[in-house]
Design a protein. Sequence first.
Length: 682
Amino acid sequence: MKQIARILAATCAALLLTAHASATENPEVRWDSKSLIIGGHRVVPVMGEVHYSRIPADEWEAEVRKMKEGGVTIIATYVFWNHIEEEEGIFRWDGQRDLRRFLLICQQQGLPVILRMGPFCHGEVRNGGIPDWMFQKNCRLRSQDSVFLGYAEKLYRQIYSHVQGLQWKDGGPVMASQFDNEYRGSGDYLMALKRIAQQIGFDLPFYTRTGWPELSKPVPFGEMLPLYGDYADGFWDKDVREGVGNYYKAFNFKGFRSSTAIGTDLLGQQQETINQGDEQYPYFTCELGGGMATAYHRRPYISADDTYSMALVKLGSGSNLLGYYMYHGGTNPEGKLHTLNEVQTSPGTANNDLPVCTYDFQAPLGEFGQTNPSYYRLRPLHLFMQDYGEVLAPMEASFPSQQDLQRGDDSSLRWAVRASSPGGQEGAAFIFVNNYERFFTLTAKRNVVLSAAGVTLPKLTIPSGCMAIFPVNIDGIKYATAQIVARRDGKVYMMQVEGIPTTICMQSGKTLRNVRPRGTSQPVWQNIYLLTRQDAEHLFLQEQPAAAQPTMVAFTKVREAGPLRQIVMGRARVAQAPSEDEWRGAAVYRIAIDQAWQGQHLLLSIEYQGDCARLYANGRLVADNFQYGRPFLYGLWRLPEGCTELELHILPWQAGAPVYMPREADTTPGEQVKKVEITVTE
């Protein structure tokens, strides 16, 4: 028998995988209108997207482990067709394209996998993942055209060769698969893909599709679970002003499951409708923005609060699976025939110019595995989902506050209730509060009365920016004005909500007021522990070494920038990224590499002023960046052996450029390197 680590940390770990798994020992997986049911228990998973082919294979094990420590309980990954068959008939499964090796690592870490198999994926990959040669086959792509389906079958057979023996029924990690992505035509096409997969040998507990946009013809009920999404902002919008689109709706509790803001460049304006009958499925997400990519023409800056607020709102609105896109950033692999990033000049999906290399996505775990603030910000929410999932999953959502708000509406508090008996007078409940919206400072709300399950909390002042989950009739607590986080080994952990005095009223009649955090070593009452937010964000993590002080790195300017390039509008009517010829007019800096750094896990950080930048090692492009307010990073352990010098190329920022730059970015015209330093990554 092969050991498989437990899937969910602590108390709900055993619900997804048994401690010793063989071909028949994975627990049964089923679903109903509320949630996944695994091994007879309801679960509320955290699904994190990571693209294995965008990370060097020797880093997979460490990165998957970090995802698990962040609270991820299911892995989602695309299989990009043009990453494995860029040249027709030549399939590459070597190195970072080795899907089976990645699946085995997920199995070792006890994490199930949902494969998003295409044939169309998007993922900001050239042509959405469809190889260039397919555009010469005189067939209708993404349709029931027999020629196209024939090639899709060859793709699926190749994928199956890596999945065989690793499906859930075999004791393996592959729990589900998604067919195509963001498809708006007839569901007959999706069903054709499913039939092909099943005939090949795919036999999984469930199958999925993106629930947006609305299909012209639905798939039969039960064949594919629709999964939804939302984002705080989108690089794909053609408008280069701040705050455009319907992204503000992601910060308001609402019954409507989907989003009208995703992929507007491809899908156009969308109505708030889903396929009839989809409300009978559980409410799951697969693309809740863990950050956002940067296109040349539009470069959103996403904060940890943006991500946390959206996640809390989705959970409070009734979602029982939070799937982050992306949870872990990456780097595009090198192509043989062309670069593999989305560009306006490619045959398909040609609406945006993305960087050649970087797909950091400002995700909780960045391109080089660095932990970003959102990684820790989300952990208390993920612990709550793990430990209270069985209680939360059957709860219905209700919306005491207005659902259809306008952008920046500050007239009332946004809150929702999930309760075991909606409108009833007893039973358990959770009160979700969100006094936050991106780009707006919502005012403090005074004399707020919150109630659920027949319990009314004392009047509260909800601070500006406050986001919280208050328990009602949970674990002997009648109510608390602190956030419930976890329960392990008979201990209940709560997190103080900043700006709100902590009151804990026990069902026994005991009331504790103005309680102060004491950490994990001393309870505030019997088995109840109150933590600061920082302590809650690091709860159950192993002690981390103290952060090392950055080391400044010397750099030398060796060439001034040439004349400013003329920024033209590309085929998609947005600003076009610099051409290779235009990069020859960049300013050039040299950065010396100390040989003592070789083999160390060091992160190079470049703070610069300018439009965009590239980093070259031994004349080869290894990293690039569209400036948007965060430093340009590179993991030095990926350098070619013997590299002693890097070249940094910067194109100047131009006043009046038809590009959205966030308020966090330096938009001073010109270019300069402000600072170069190295830090030790975790």
